[in-house]
Unconditional design. Structure first.
Lengths: 247, 308
């Protein structure tokens, strides 16, 4: 238990001491919200069915943070620490891998959720965005999404052999996923067949869930995204736990 | 003496390479046990099999009477390890690293005092990444000692360190031993083994080719001391050869080399010279070292593999 508490502190400090990681984990979502808010504002627009840009898109911004922290920050850090031999050093101690991973997940989870909630609050307070549904439901979905994708990120971290491969994979995976998710570019502007493909991405499903809840939809209407995210979490956790290695 | 480690016929293969080929040894409580040999000889693999970090292909290993592969948890509580490729999580400070590793054990030492003893007391807030080589090595030694281990493994203890840092670390290791900890270390610095280790195993191609105290190993190859000097005039070669303990005398111009197998003959040689009214200049003695033992046993030099 003491080891867990100290690992929490260590991982939090390590993240904050690495400016690019800290930026993407904490500062990116609020900053992105401010930029988008300044460019597009939240005045009613016909292309968003009479809603403002932020009301239509703000909830989906979370997906950008989720994708970057899970598919870039997690694999790159874990693979780097594994390659350096730092994780191997832990193997010679009584520390259990699960304790290490749990602390690491909790730190990244807290960082991502704080950043996304900050972005939502900024959108609401500074730019007049207003959820038609419950904000608590949106935050709940954010938490589910962060957890599900972090689990997937650990699977990548365990499967990828080298730091170089982790970086390549991150680039190949993350940008298409974000572009197809509807979080950066509204899905409505994409061609029909691209949109059909995009529906298969779990990140698109997360955006779908967040936007639906923001617009006052019920959890029960969003059963497909829910199944996808819960499934991703379950499969990701089981897989990561079985293939994670110190070296 | 009770043995802390005993292993019999340990073997390990990586693809085509037989890294360990039937290694048997015992390490006794409270000794500093050294493993020397060139790079790739199998020292690290053997050490990792003893630590339970690597699965052996065959043979048996007991540490504190337990198989490290079967009871890794219990053994890891009681051993300290400094790995050859020592690394820590990046962006970590010295104090944070020590506090973290201390938290893995139920009964850690006072690591502030440990750092003071290692000369790192003023470095608590420094990033481990930014320390000098010698300081970083001492951090890793501190981490290996943070649980007050009964047995500590040090792999390539002082590789890449300057002589001064090396001497300081040797002192620390002797202190640990004096406090009752058993130490197992690998090195390819012969002087380190000679100065520090009670017994030494010479490992080559995955086998132990000799195992004993350093003086006994040196005696075993029949080499002893060498005495060199220069005299004006002819040295009494026949008389010197007749001395007890002298094995050979060579004269080349004025310079004479006398080899012998015991430690008394240099004195006798000087006596003979004095009686002949010859006064030696450029007098030097040279003792055979582990280097010579390795050379005699394998026909190869070990120094070629000297680290950067």
């Amino acid at each position: 238990m003491r080891a867990f508490a100290l690992l929490l502190g260590v991982q939090a400090k390590r993240t904050l001491r690495e400016p690019p990681a800290a930026f993407f984990l904490i500062a990116f979502a609020p900053l992105y919200t401010v930029i988008m808010g300044l460019i597009f504002g939240n005045a009613a627009r016909p292309e968003f069915g009479g809603r403002g840009y932020l009301d239509a898109n703000l909830a989906g911004f979370a997906a950008i943070v989720v994708a970057i922290s899970s598919f870039v920050l997690v694999p790159v850090d874990i693979v780097t620490q594994r390659e350096s031999g730092a994780l191997r050093r832990f193997r010679a101690t009584p520390l259990r891998p699960l304790t290490f991973i749990a602390a690491d997940v909790l730190v990244r989870f807290a960082g991502a959720v704080v950043s996304i909630v900050l972005a939502l609050v900024l959108g609401i307070v500074a730019f007049g965005a207003e959820p038609s549904g419950s904000l608590a439901a949106v935050v709940g979905a954010v938490m589910l999404g962060v957890l599900a994708f972090l689990a997937a990120g650990y699977v990548l971290a365990a499967a990828v052999p080298t730091q170089g491969a982790a970086l390549v994979l991150a680039n190949v995976l993350v940008y298409p996923l974000i572009m197809l998710s509807g979080s950066a570019v509204p899905l409505a502007v994409l061609p029909d067949n691209v949109r059909r493909v995009a529906r298969y991405s779990p990140l698109t499903q997360l955006v779908e869930l967040l936007q639906r809840l923001w617009q006052g939809g019920a959890w029960t209407e969003a059963w497909l995204p829910l199944v996808v995210l819960v499934g991703l979490f379950a499969v990701g956790t089981a897989l990561a736990a079985s293939i994670f290695r110190w070296e | 003496m009770t043995s802390v480690i005993s292993c019999t016929d340990v073997s390990k293969r990586y693809g085509d390479v037989q890294a360990l080929d039937g290694v048997s040894l015992e390490v006794r409580k409270g000794e500093i046990f050294g493993m020397i040999g060139p790079n790739g000889a199998g020292k690290t693999t053997l050490m990792e099999c003893l630590e339970g970090l690597r699965t052996r292909d065959g043979g048996s290993v007991e540490v504190f009477g337990m198989d490290p592969e079967r009871r890794p948890g219990e053994i890891r509580q009681r051993i300290g390890v400094q790995l050859q490729s020592s690394a820590l999580l990046s962006r970590l400070k010295v104090g944070e690293a020590l506090a973290l590793f201390a938290s893995f054990y139920p009964d850690p030492v006072d690591w502030h005092a440990l750092l003071d003893r290692l000369g790192l007391g003023g470095r608590l807030g420094s990033y481990v990444d930014r320390l000098s080589g010698g300081q970083r090595q001492r951090v890793f030694i501190a981490l290996a000692l943070v649980n007050a281990p009964e047995l500590v493994f040090l792999d390539e203890l002082t590789t890449g360190l300057d002589p001064q840092a090396r001497l300081a670390i040797w002192d620390v290791i002797r202190d640990i031993r004096d406090a009752g900890t058993t130490v197992v270390l690998t090195t390819h610095v012969m002087e380190e083994a000679e100065r520090l280790c009670g017994r030494v195993a010479i490992i080559d191609h995955g086998r132990i080719i000799a195992l004993d105290t350093v003086p006994a190993l040196v005696r075993s190859i029949g080499a002893g001391n060498t005495l060199r000097f220069t005299v004006d005039g002819r040295a009494p070669v026949a008389e010197l050869e007749a001395l007890a303990g002298v094995t050979s005398v060579e004269q080349e111009g004025g310079s004479v080399t006398v080899r012998g197998s015991d430690s008394r003959f240099p004195g006798e040689v000087l006596g003979v010279l004095a009686r002949a009214d010859l006064w030696p200049r450029d007098l030097s003695t040279e003792q055979s070292s582990l280097e010579d033992v390795f050379l005699t046993l394998t026909g190869r030099e070990m120094r070629e593999e000297h680290p950067a």
